[in-house]
Write a new protein. Sequence first.
Length: 265
Amino acid sequence: MLDKPHRSKRVGRPRKGSEGDATRRIIDAAIPIFLADGFEAASVDAIAAAAAASKKTLYAKFSSKADLFEAVCLRLIEEYIPPLEQEAARGGSTADCLHRIALVVLKVGLTPDGSALRRIVAAEAVRFPEFARTLHDFGHVRVAPMVERCLEEGVRRGELAIDDVRFAADYFINVAVLPPMNRAMFGLEQSELTHVKRENLRRTLETFLRSFRVERQEATAAGLSQSFLTRFPSGFHSAEPAAPQPGIRISDGRKASLRAQVRSR
């Protein structure tokens, strides 16, 4: 988790006139303590002492320990959203845009603090589902539209053919970003963006975009057509078509009715 354990120590009362920043000081003090000790073991007394505040002041700002942890989650999320938005707004090719977004998310998520936060949220998901909801609503829900805009630009430029951009964006996050973060959260891999993880991101991005490139879809359609003609050179007609029956004629109205039935199925 953190490289060094926190060391809380009592300090004097804050200077007169500085009480207005008590909320900020409490959150600042709570971040390393929660990340180092976890939610359950984190001491409210230690947080109050590190913030140079009384427990009474802490509970005046936050109704509960859970309320304080939610504030910690929001603070950490808000710190990485602005640079993410800047990278998403830089433009460039679809591949460049997606790569930059994924890289920023991984740089934040693949840190000891990032893994510690997600580990706490996962551990407390049953008792405090609001933690996971906060992480989702203020994190994932804000990242997905950035990915969507990259893909929409690719479609607009004629680079990609995507029927459901929202699904594609969610899929990209699930295959390119979440797997390495989950492995780090569970301690299966180091919480750092290594060369191997960067290479895996590049290959995942290439595979993802290959599925939606216009030329590939056109080539796939052409290949399927050629394969069909090779296997069925005469289509689905029988080798010996039946001789026309005299006296039998389908009216134009009946033909139109049949076509409408086929289209409706």
